[in-house]
Design a protein around this ligand. Structure first.
Ligand SMILES: O=P(O)(O)OC[C@H]1O[C@H](O)[C@H](O)[C@@H](O)[C@@H]1O
Length: 289
């Protein structure tokens, strides 16, 4: 019960329900599992690398300071989705007993020289995880520790939700929102007012979702609702057959049927953070089934 520290991860168990827990890998401060009363809510590939050799395929990888891969600008030499998801974070301990809350930190001192050279800024990231009986809150705080100037960043929670049948899944709350389809490279305004459905590979960025509540239904039953604070965008992704087949760490091969990524973050416009300032964004998942 409480917080169990293992060599490579931490398991937080809810004080009033031993079947409700969250597991976080030190590598990437990646949430690997969130169970509510014994039911797993996140999807994790059976071939996800958990040894620090590659960003985890599943759970909640953290994207910072860039979403995707930029070909120009200050983040051009960084790998896809930045460095937060593929470095070992420092476990800072339990910061509150009720609701049980733990925190991780990452700063330049935790990065390799090569990564520090690729993004030579003084920063602190604080990742906080709060486990309630039917809720999981994850927050990312970004601090600019420099004395002058400013820098830009993207930040995103790349959450892989577990679903029963992707062909029956709908994502609600995005009607009327500006969308960009990364596959066709076309922008449009989302007109589907009964939820987004999945019939093929899906990779779209919704801009300006603001505090809109998003929910995921599976066969008309609500699985999860997502609230957020200070988060502007939502990426919705399912790799479908061909793309998942091409990912060596994606298993089982028909795992795309059992997952959907609904990723909350600020990725369309850079967040500009001045020296001495702090930005914080958070998301709150409520499990409904
Ligand atoms: O394979 P990864 O680097 O983890 O990226 C996985 C996916 O992340 C996001 O959802 C992007 O919108 C996709 O374009 C990308 O394929």
């Amino acid at each position: 019960m409480g917080v169990e520290q293992l060599d490579d991860c931490v398991i937080l168990t809810h004080p009033s329900n031993e079947f409700t827990s969250v597991k976080i890998l030190h590598y990437g401060a990646t949430v690997l599992s969130w169970k509510v009363n014994g039911q797993e809510k996140l999807w994790l590939s059976e071939k996800a690398h958990l040894d620090g050799s590659k960003a985890v395929r599943g759970g909640i990888p953290l994207v910072f300071p860039v979403f995707g891969k930029k070909t120009e600008g200050a983040t051009a030499t960084l790998p896809q989705h930045g460095f937060a998801r593929n470095n070992i974070w420092e476990f800072l301990g339990q910061i509150s007993a009720n609701p049980p809350t733990i925190q991780y930190g990452l700063g330049p001192e935790n990065l390799s020289e090569e990564t520090r050279a690729q993004w030579p800024h003084d920063f602190t990231l604080l990742f906080t995880v709060v486990l309630e009986e039917d809720k999981l809150t994850t927050s990312l705080e970004v601090q600019n520790n420099e004395l002058e100037g400013s820098w830009d960043f993207n930040a995103l929670f790349h959450t892989y939700f577990r679903v029963n049948d992707i062909t029956k899944v709908k994502v609600h709350g995005l009607t009327g929102v500006s969308a960009y389809d990364q596959l066709t490279q076309k922008s449009y305004s989302e007109t589907k007012n009964d939820g987004i459905i999945f019939t093929e590979e899906y990779d779209r960025i919704y801009n300006g979702t603001g505090p809109n509540d998003i929910s995921i239904t599976d066969d008309c039953k609500t699985l999860i609702t997502i609230e957020s604070n200070n988060i502007n965008d939502t990426v919705v992704w399912n790799p479908w057959i061909k793309k998942s087949d091409g990912m060596a760490d994606f298993s089982p091969k028909d795992g795309w049927k059992k997952m959907v990524c609904v990723e909350r973050g600020s990725v369309v416009d850079w967040v500009n953070l001045k020296a001495g300032s702090t930005w914080e964004g958070s998301q709150i998942f409520k499990a409904c089934l």
